[in-house]
Ligand binder design. Structure first.
Ligand code: PGA
Ligand code: ZN
Length: 397
C-alpha cells in the first residue's frame, strides 16, 4: 500500500521548474517520476498548471486519496484516484503535471515492490521482447528554436537497424554528420530545445542537408536510415493558411506540398502535417500517401482516446503520437496505445521538448511493444531514455 506521496519542484531541460513526485510504500517500495513539458502544445491537451499551484492542489486533493488507500502496483486504481481527486475533464484542477508525475512514480514503486523492471511491471511477463525504432531529431526550428526552420523537426529513422543499440548510435551519427555538413557549408548553428541543430537556413536547405547526412551514415553503417518530419503544422496555421515566413499555403496546397515531400525524400514518417483540428485534410493526405508513410497525429490526437476514435472513424492518419503528460496518467496513455494498435495505427511513444532525466517512456514503449519511440538523438535528458533502452534490450537477452 502507498504510505507516502511527496511532491517537489525540480528543473527541466529548459531550466524551467517542473513537478517531481515520490511514492513510498509500506513494504519499502520506492518510485520517483517527473513531468515533462511541451512548447508546441496541442490545444486539446490536458492542462499543465503553474508548478506551485499544481503541487499545492495535488497535496490537498490527490495525496489524501492515495496514502494508505491504494496499492502502488494497482496502476488503474492509482490513476482512478487521480481522476477522482481532480474531477475535471482535463486535469485543470490538480494539473496534468502533478498527475503524470504521481502516476509514473507510483508505477515505479509498484515495480520496485515486485522487484521487476518497470517495463515488465507495466507490460506483464510476456512483453518486453520487441524494441522500438528511435526517431532522432537532428535539425529543427518552429517553437523549439528562434530563427531556424519552419518545420519543427527533421528526424532520422533508422528503420533497417539490426537492434536498438545500433539504431540509437546511428541517430547520433546522423546528428554529428549534420554538424559536419553545416561546418563544411560555413553555416553557424546553435541547438534547439531538443538538442537538434537549429541553423538559420530555409526548410529547403535543411532537407538537402539531412538527406545528405542520412545517406552518408547509411553508407557507413550498412543499413537503411530513413527520413521523417514533425511539421507541427498547427503552429504554422493562421487565419486559414499555412505560413512559412513570407510564403503561404492553402490547406489543399499544404496537402500537395507534404505529399510532394514524401515522394521526393521518401519520407517514412510525417507528424502533424496539418492543423490540429483538420481531420478532413489529414484524411486526404493519408489517402494519398498513407500506404507508404506513417502519418502521425500528435496535436491532432493529444493521446486522447475520444479524438483517436474519431480519427480512426474518418481515416485521419495511420499512427498516433503518445505523450503521457498530454492526457495525465499512464493508464490513459496505455488505453491510447491499445486503441491505436487494435486499429492498425502505429503508436509512437514520445518525449516533450522540456524533459527531465525520467526514463518512464522508454519502459512504456517496451511494455507495449510500440514500434517507435521519439526521444531525441543527443543531450542528457534525451540520452537518459535512449541509454535506458540499450540497457533494457541487453538485460532481456
Ligand atoms: P513539444 O514538441 O513537446 O514542444 O510539444 C514535441 C512535438 O511536437 O512532438
Ligand atoms: Zn509533434
Amino acid at each position: 500500500r502507498i504510505e507516502e506521496v511527496s511532491l517537489r519542484a525540480i528543473l527541466d531541460s529548459r531550466g524551467n521548474r517542473t513537478v517531481e513526485a515520490e511514492v513510498r510504500t509500506a513494504s519499502g517500495g520506492f518510485g520517483r517520476g517527473a513531468a515533462p513539458s511541451g512548447a508546441s502544445t496541442g490545444e486539446h491537451e490536458a492542462i499543465e498548471l503553474p508548478v506551485d499551484e499544481a503541487i499545492a492542489a495535488a497535496r490537498e486533493k490527490a495525496v489524501p486519496r492515495l496514502e494508505g488507500r491504494v496499492f502502488s502496483g494497482d496502476q488503474r486504481a492509482v490513476d482512478a484516484a487521480l481522476h477522482a481527486a481532480d474531477g475535471s475533464e482535463d486535469f485543470s484542477d490538480i494539473g496534468a503535471n502533478s498527475a503524470v508525475a504521481i502516476s509514473m512514480a507510483a508505477a515505479k514503486a509498484g515495480a520496485d515492490v515486485l522487484g521487476a523492471p518497470l517495463y515488465q511491471h507495466l507490460g506483464g511477463a510476456f512483453r518486453g521482447r520487441n524494441y522500438p525504432i528511435p526517431l532522432g531529431n537532428v535539425v529543427g526550428g518552429g517553437e523549439h528554436a528562434a530563427d531556424a526552420t519552419h518545420i519543427q523537426e527533421f528526424l532520422a529513422a533508422p528503420v533497417g537497424a539490426p537492434n536498438v543499440r545500433e539504431a540509437v548510435f546511428a541517430n547520433a551519427a546522423v546528428h554529428r554528420t549534420v554538424g559536419d555538413i553545416l561546418d563544411e557549408r560555413d553555416i553557424p548553428a546553435a541547438k534547439g530545445d531538443e538538442g537538434a541543430w537549429a541553423p538559420s537556413i530555409d526548410d529547403e536547405e535543411a532537407f538537402e542537408i539531412v538527406a545528405e547526412a542520412t545517406d552518408r551514415v547509411t553508407d557507413d553503417v550498412g543499413f537503411e536510415i530513413g527520413f521523417g518530419l514533425d511539421v507541427a503544422a498547427a503552429e504554422l496555421y493562421e487565419d486559414g493558411v499555412y505560413r512559412y515566413g513570407d510564403e503561404e499555403r492553402t490547406t489543399a496546397e499544404q496537402v500537395s506540398y507534404v505529399a510532394g515531400l514524401v515522394e521526393e525524400y521518401d519520407l517514412v514518417y510525417v507528424e502533424d502535417p496539418l492543423d490540429e483540428n483538420d481531420f478532413t485534410a489529414f484524411a486526404d493526405l493519408t489517402d494519398r500517401v498513407g500506404s507508404r508513410t506513417l502519418i502521425c497525429g500528435d496535436d491532432l490526437f493529444v493521446t486522447n482516446t475520444e479524438r483517436i476514435a474519431h480519427g480512426i472513424d474518418v481515416g485521419a492518419a495511420n499512427s498516433v503520437l503518445v505523450k503521457p503528460n498530454q492526457i495525465g496518467t499512464l493508464s490513459d496513455a496505455f488505453d491510447a496505445i491499445e486503441m491505436a494498435t487494435e486499429n492498425g495505427y502505429d503508436p509512437v511513444i514520445s518525449h516533450r521538448s522540456g524533459e527531465t532525466e525520467d526514463t518512464t517512456i522508454a519502459h512504456l514503449a517496451v511494455a507495449t511493444d510500440a514500434p517507435y519511440i521519439k526521444t531525441g538523438a543527443v543531450g542528457g535528458e534525451r540520452t537518459a531514455k535512449l541509454n535506458e533502452l540499450i540497457r533494457i534490450a541487453e538485460e532481456a537477452q
